[in-house]
Design a protein around this ligand. Structure first.
Ligand SMILES: Cc1cc2nc3c(=O)[nH]c(=O)nc-3n(C[C@H](O)[C@H](O)[C@H](O)COP(=O)(O)OP(=O)(O)OC[C@H]3O[C@@H](n4cnc5c(N)ncnc54)[C@H](O)[C@@H]3O)c2cc1C
Length: 475
């Protein structure tokens, strides 16, 4: 048996590979095990995020947006496009290349940081004194000994109880990202981040898209004003969204899939689709981990049970990312990975769930951090709000994308920023200013007094901050 490791990380997604890098930076002898395999049997570290999540979805969102702009928006700029054509195969090949670049980048980072990478499936195989034995099954089986273990095994898609995924007509996120030709009629079950992003990709490429959401409210987690604006804009784009839906039957036909449901008014409805994407959430992945054998406690929903610092029920075993409680976001997984590595080294790693940004990469993009207006009302917090529309922002006009607004919520007594909400162009980038402001305990007045470059979309942030005090300059 080889020398023991200080840390073995099981899972090489954004949580696991970042945790491994931080452990190595802090001088720990580190291994990372990941079982994701790409064509040709090569390892594909990066997890859901890199292979079938954040990265490929953003690649297709960009390609499909370019196509839509060339078809609809360029004419406004005086650019005429003749013979516009779509090559989905090439678009998919580009996406695969982007994914592979990220896989290779992570393999390079393992080497650079002297992390031992094992391509295979890792499982607890018992104790070795105070240490843990971890078995690796795969092309090169191994048994590792680790003083400490980080479980970062991520999540997997949840299927509809009525019908399993079949990789052909009933698709999970991986299938949704690999559709080889534009479907005429696309059904999407679930109006969450994944459903809306995937629906947007295929609508832009020409599919007629219907999104069916079980909850009565659209984007219930977002600020109500943002959700209302988003629904209006998505409807204008041709994305048909139904909320309060109860799906009663899903039946595979010869070449289609028939869905029956009752709508919010209790009326029976039905439609046939060429493809059905099911995006109703994800479940923690502890398959084949050997959790039961070593007594690793799971909670009632199957997540690895952890305390506020990501410690599990077992000594020297930690768990991070999608496989534990909290938002299923890549950056949350990464931050937990860094914090756990630092705690192991006797430092004071910390993740503040209240300042984790949320982003939906639709068009317009939606992003927020902190509290929504409805949360503040429910908690009885007195606040002031400032809101500034991109239609009054010079850069947005020049871009030709004036939809949406920035909204800042600040404590009525102290002016401390409690929430920042953006719907509009590059919201994913703009939200960082809100995150920084909240992390530093900034007031709206602080943002209002900061010099923002002109012309920039960020000026809408400054104006919204001025708006909290009722003194916007450009509206
Ligand atoms: C379509 C889609 C789009 C998304 N877009 C975004 C986005 O834009 N921004 C964002 O923040 N989040 C996004 N997410 C969510 C994000 O992908 C996850 O939150 C993130 O990947 C979680 O990271 P993780 O490291 O916890 O787990 P994962 O990324 O799931 O990685 C876990 C890894 O561990 C491996 N593994 C599991 N068990 C074992 C084992 N026993 N042995 C060895 N290896 C094992 C898995 O195969 C996988 O490679 C998206 C998700 C989807 C599906």
């Amino acid at each position: 048996m080889a020398d023991p490791f200080d840390v073995v990380v099981i899972g090489g997604g954004p949580g696991g590979y970042i945790a491994a890098i931080r452990c190595a930076q802090l001088g720990m002898k580190t291994a990372c095990i990941d079982d994701w395999t790409r064509a040709g049997g090569k390892p594909a570290p990066g997890g859901t995020c890199t292979n079938v999540g954040c990265i490929p979805s953003k690649a297709l969102l960009q390609s499909s947006e370019n196509y839509e702009h060339a078809g609809h928006a360029f004419a406004d700029h005086g650019i005429e496009v003749k013979g516009l054509a779509l090559d989905v195969k090439k678009m998919q090949a580009r996406k695969d290349k982007v994914v592979a670049q990220n896989n290779d980048g992570i393999l390079y980072l393992f080497k650079k940081n002297r992390i031992a990478f094992f391509h295979g499936h890792g499982a607890f195989a018992g104790r070795d004194g105070d240490a843990w034995k971890i078995r690796v099954d795969g092309a090169s089986p191994a048994e590792l000994v680790a003083a400490r273990v980080i479980v970062a095994t991520g999540s997997k898609p949840r299927a509809l109880p009525l019908i399993p995924f079949d990789d052909d007509r009933v698709l999970d996120n991986a299938g949704a990202l690999a559709i080889p030709a534009v479907p005429k009629r696309l059904g999407v079950v679930g109006a969450g981040v994944i459903g809306l992003e995937m629906g947007s990709v295929w609508r832009r490429l020409g599919a007629s898209v219907t999104v069916l959401e079980a909850l009565p409210a659209f984007l219930g987690a977002a600020d109500e004003a943002v959700a209302k604006e988003a629904r209006k804009l998505f409807a204008r784009q041709g994305l048909a969204i139904e909320t309060g839906v109860n799906i009663t039957a899903v039946t595979l036909g010869k070449a289609d899939v028939a869905v029956a449901w009752t709508d919010a008014a209790g009326k029976a409805q039905a439609a046939s689709f060429d493809k059905l994407i099911v995006a109703i959430g994800r479940v923690p992945n502890t398959d084949g981990l050997g959790a039961e054998a070593v007594g690793l406690a799971l909670d009632e929903r199957g997540f690895v049970a952890v305390d506020g610092e990501c410690r599990t029920s077992l000594p020297n075993v930690w768990a991070i990312g999608d496989v534990v409680r909290g938002p299923m976001l890549a950056h949350k997984a990464e931050e937990e990975g860094v914090a756990v590595a630092e705690r192991m080294a006797g430092q004071h790693g910390h993740v503040d769930f209240n300042t984790i940004p949320w982003v939906i990469y639709t068009s317009p993009e939606i992003a927020w951090v902190g509290q929504t207006e409805q949360q503040l009302k429910a908690a009885g917090v007195a606040y002031r709000a400032g809101s500034f529309p991109f239609s009054a922002n010079g850069r947005a006009r020049a871009l030709g994308d004036t939809s949406g607004f920035v909204k800042i919520l600040a404590d009525a007594a102290t002016d401390r920023i409690l929430g920042v909400h953006v719907i509009g162009p590059f919201a994913s980038e703009l939200i960082s200013e809100g995150v920084v402001a909240m992390e530093f305990g900034a007031s709206a007045e602080d943002i209002a007094r900061i010099c923002h470059a002109h012309p920039s979309l960020a000026e809408a942030m400054k104006e919204a901050a001025l708006g909290v005090d009722g003194r916007m300059l450009n509206l």
